[in-house]
Design a protein around this ligand. Structure first.
Ligand code: ES4
Ligand code: ZN
Length: 326
């Protein structure tokens, strides 16, 4: 079989996916019409023309304003359901999906409406697609620690619907330590922990060291520049820590896929995984990311199989449920 069919056909878990980053232009127009919202762009092509990102800041400047079409529980359901069907078509049998409640509560949408809609899509995916799905709530690191703590208190009421918490948005000037207390409380409440440690940001190896040693996260999102410090790589390997990397996203926000770092971690036996991040904006769902990395780095079929195995091993499935896949 050809690379695309093989990569898409491999059963896999997706562990680094922002639901708000799955908003395709077509759905954006449908939701805008339903909610009576005027959009500046009039065609799908005009929307796609705004996707000429050169770095994280220019991406986020498009990503957040687009969310204003998301208003009702049905909107959040429709967004997640569209993603789950697309992911299923590319071999995803388990998805752990980030969502950004503060991108909605900060503009007046109730937390309860966001989670109600997303939860309905999770239940539906299990029943209609046989895809297991979980939600991971992210705090926006450019908002205050107090606002994050208040959002955590909202989430506690929905503990059984949220497997863990993460941290995303712009890392510059917002190091992990800013949220140490919030993450300590989240752990006490029973949430698993992950955090974006982005690449190519000043001092980011220090951020990786601090999430490993101080916050003691259960996983790291991106973070492949850990290869700069072999002693940290050894620690991550010893702990069986997963890394969720996003090759096509990397090529947008840093101008390279970071395939050297990803492959170095793979060869080292670290549980590195391949994911799509914001597939509607970067034009690639998870199977497409396997293909892009395989082509750039000349990976063998056995490498793609190992990456798919890693996706289950780094997942937050319970051991009993994980055993169904690996
Ligand atoms: C994100 Cl690419 C990226 N980086 C940081 N935060 C994000 N939220 C959604 N996509
Ligand atoms: Zn991300």
């Amino acid at each position: 079989v050809d690379l695309v069919s093989f990569a898409h056909g491999l059963p896999k878990a997706e562990l680094h996916l922002h639901l708000e980053g799955t908003l395709e232009p077509e759905l954006k127009f449908a939701l805008a019409a339903r909610n009576g919202i005027d959009l500046a762009e009039k065609t799908v092509e005009e929307v796609r023309a705004t996707y000429d990102f050169t770095d994280l800041t220019s991406f986020l400047a498009v990503y957040y304003p687009a969310m204003r079409v998301l208003v009702t529980p049905d909107d959040f359901h429709d967004l997640a359901w569209a993603y789950l069907q697309r992911a299923h078509a590319q071999g995803v049998v388990h998805a752990e999906m980030f969502f950004d409640p503060q991108a909605h509560t900060s503009r007046g949408v109730p937390f309860d409406d966001v989670i109600a809609g997303y939860r309905r899509a999770v239940v539906r995916a299990e029943r209609e697609l046989g895809v297991s799905a979980e939600l991971i709530m992210c705090f926006l690191r450019d908002f205050s620690a107090e606002y994050a703590m208040a959002t955590l208190m909202d989430a506690v009421r929905y503990k059984s619907w949220i497997v863990g918490v993460g941290l995303d948005s712009d890392e510059r000037d917002h190091p992990p330590a800013k949220f140490a207390e919030v993450f300590a409380r989240a752990r006490q409440e029973g949430f698993l922990l992950t955090m974006h440690c982005d690449i190519d940001q000043v001092g980011s190896i220090d951020n990786i060291r601090s999430v490993l040693n101080q916050i003691e996260v259960d996983r790291i999102d991106h973070g492949t520049n850990i290869v700069e410090d072999p002693s940290l790589v050894a620690l991550a390997k010893e702990r069986g820590l997963g890394f969720t990397t996003c090759p096509v996203s990397n090529s947008f926000v840093t101008e390279q896929m970071k395939s050297d770092e990803i492959v170095a971690l793979l060869r080292e036996g670290v549980k590195v995984t391949i994911n799509s991040d914001d597939p509607a904006y970067f034009g690639a769902y998870v199977g497409d990311n396997y293909v892009a990395l395989a082509e750039e780095a000349g990976l063998a079929a056995s490498d793609l199989v190992q990456l798919a195995i890693n996706s289950f091993e780094a997942s937050w499935l319970t051991p009993a449920r994980r055993a169904a896949y690996v």
